[in-house]
Design a protein around this ligand. Structure first.
Ligand code: ARG
Length: 484
């Protein structure tokens, strides 16, 4: 993969050990942006919509609150484990690079293949669809919004994010920071509303609060899926370690600030929903946050719709930002066409990878439906989170001598591993669905692509010329790693 003829912006200064140019993405992400990349991606549309589903599967308010707390604890454990991985393996690329370094090329390729083609674009598409739904809702009061309007709005959101992310990393992180601040504020408004209601004696949801709680593993697994979708994004910083300033300090620190913050807010927001709405009202609400707004804010309910739209927009930006990086890194490792690992010579953004991710997300929007995206996203995601965590256990047991600035007690990754096995298996065992089989078949179909194209490097002749033309068109050049 390495000797291809490519236009190198700095060929005279090329680093012979890398065999590539010395163009590098810069370290532009500080602690605040790091926290907001995590919290800002985690808080999307989920917390405004999935509480209803968690309650539906768990049967009782107490049951749901336990799920929300357990999800927070689980992702905290997951993120701490990833923080240790990030301080041992200092490259960007998150799960992909950890699976590559611990388990080798084929499993890493399967991860990249699945996440670049389906998982990441699907999550960008899912979040953009919820942005679109709430952004246009005020224009269609009293009637349902035409699907084509929602889909076109979601597509414009993706195109806008592509332009911003291709232009400038700073601009993308600034958008992230502003939107994160805004959504923290909205969640705080909901929390304060709840406190006021509780003080005024609205505690009926909390009487007999355990009644009807389910104990079946299948529904508990699906409730976890819904809750965990709202928490997803917790590992986002690991995708951009090479762009983070002082990653050995800032990676664990950002995790320790962002995740407890989001968990506390999510729990309190749920309490506030229960204070305003009875379980029956919550179950029939369609969009919990809007029903909450109708009750508590009255005419001001549009503030909530607007906030859900903005919150989803910010989360789509974070997902897009890190999603593009998986594609970029996988290509740098020879798992995707070379063009995807190049960066714009002036803007220093991985624009080909971003454009590719955006194209895939646009395709997903066409048939896409939010709730099916969520369940299958979670199934696939936890399959790979489990694999990555197994890699950390391997490193802890077999290579304890490797230097790392942050160490997590071994029991923590063990718990996450057990939880991910449960999360992958419980819904399948309880209610086998043909779609899970499709997901597995899709992942395995990567093997057919891997051997000819990656292992034996049988590339079609025209690829080199296409790469060259695209390089000139997009003004991009190869990049080097940035791990020192
Ligand atoms: N947690 C977000 C939400 O509630 C979804 C994040 C999707 N992005 C991701 N990188 N997993 O809407």
């Amino acid at each position: 993969m390495r000797e291809r003829r490519t236009v190198d912006s700095s060929s005279s200064a090329a680093d012979p050990s890398e065999g590539m140019g010395t163009l590098r993405l810069k370290r532009e992400i500080g602690l605040i942006s790091a926290v907001s990349l995590i919290a800002g991606t985690m808080i999307g549309s989920g917390i405004f919509m999935s509480p209803e589903w968690v309650l539906y599967h768990m049967g009782s308010p107490a049951g749901s609150l336990i799920i929300w707390a357990a999800c927070g604890l689980l992702v905290m454990f997951g993120a701490l484990s990833y923080a240790e991985l990030g301080t041992i393996i200092k490259e960007s690329g998150g799960d992909y690079i950890y699976i590559l370094r611990n388990f080798g090329s084929l499993p890493a390729f399967l991860f990249a293949y699945t996440s670049i083609i389906v998982v990441r674009p699907a999550s960008v598409a899912g979040v953009s669809l919820s942005f679109a739904e709430y952004a246009v809702a005020p224009f269609y009061q009293g009637c349902s919004t035409p699907q084509v309007v929602i889909k076109c709005t979601a597509a414009s959101c993706i195109l806008f994010l592509t332009i911003v992310n291709c232009l400038n990393v700073r601009l993308a992180t600034a958008i992230m920071n502003i939107f994160t601040a805004a959504k923290l504020l909205v969640l705080l408004v909901i929390v304060i509303g709840g406190v006021v209601l509780l003080i005024n004696g609205h505690t009926q949801s909390f009487q007999d609060t355990f009644q009807n709680t389910t104990a079946r593993t299948g529904p508990i697994g699906v409730a976890f899926y819904q809750g965990l979708w709202s928490y997803d994004g917790w590992n986002n910083l690991n995708f951009v370690t090479e762009e983070l300033r002082k990653p050995e300090v800032n990676l664990p620190r950002a995790v320790m600030i962002a995740i407890p913050l989001v968990t506390c807010l999510y729990l309190l927001v749920n309490v506030s929903y229960f204070a305003a709405l009875t379980p029956a009202e919550l179950l029939s609400s369609g969009a919990v946050a809007v029903s909450w707004g109708n009750k508590v804010l009255g005419n001001w309910v549009w503030v909530i719709s607007l906030s859900v739209a903005l919150s989803s927009f910010g989360s789509a930006n974070g997902t897009f930002f890190s999603g593009g990086r998986v594609c970029y890194i996988a290509s740098r490792e020879g798992h995707m066409p070379d063009i995807l690992s190049m960066a714009h010579v002036r803007c220093l953004t991985p624009s080909p990878a971003l454009i590719f991710t955006s194209a895939m997300a646009l395709i997903m929007i066409i048939p896409g439906n939010f709730s099916s995206i969520v369940n299958f996203f979670s199934f696939t995601a936890w399959l790979f989170y489990g694999t990555t965590i197994a890699g950390l256990l391997y490193l802890k047991i077999k290579k304890p001598e490797l230097p790392r600035s942050y160490k997590v007690p071994i029991i923590i990754p063990i718990i996450v591993l057990i939880a991910s096995v449960y999360l992958v298996l419980a819904p399948i065992i309880d209610q086998p669905q043909i779609e899970s089989l499709y997901v597995i078949l899709f992942i395995l179909s990567g093997i057919i692509v891997y051997f000819p194209l990656v292992h034996y490097k049988r590339h079609p002749q025209f690829l080199q010329r296409v790469t060259l033309h695209l390089q000139l068109l997009l003004e991009v050049a190869p990049t080097a790693k940035n791990t020192n």
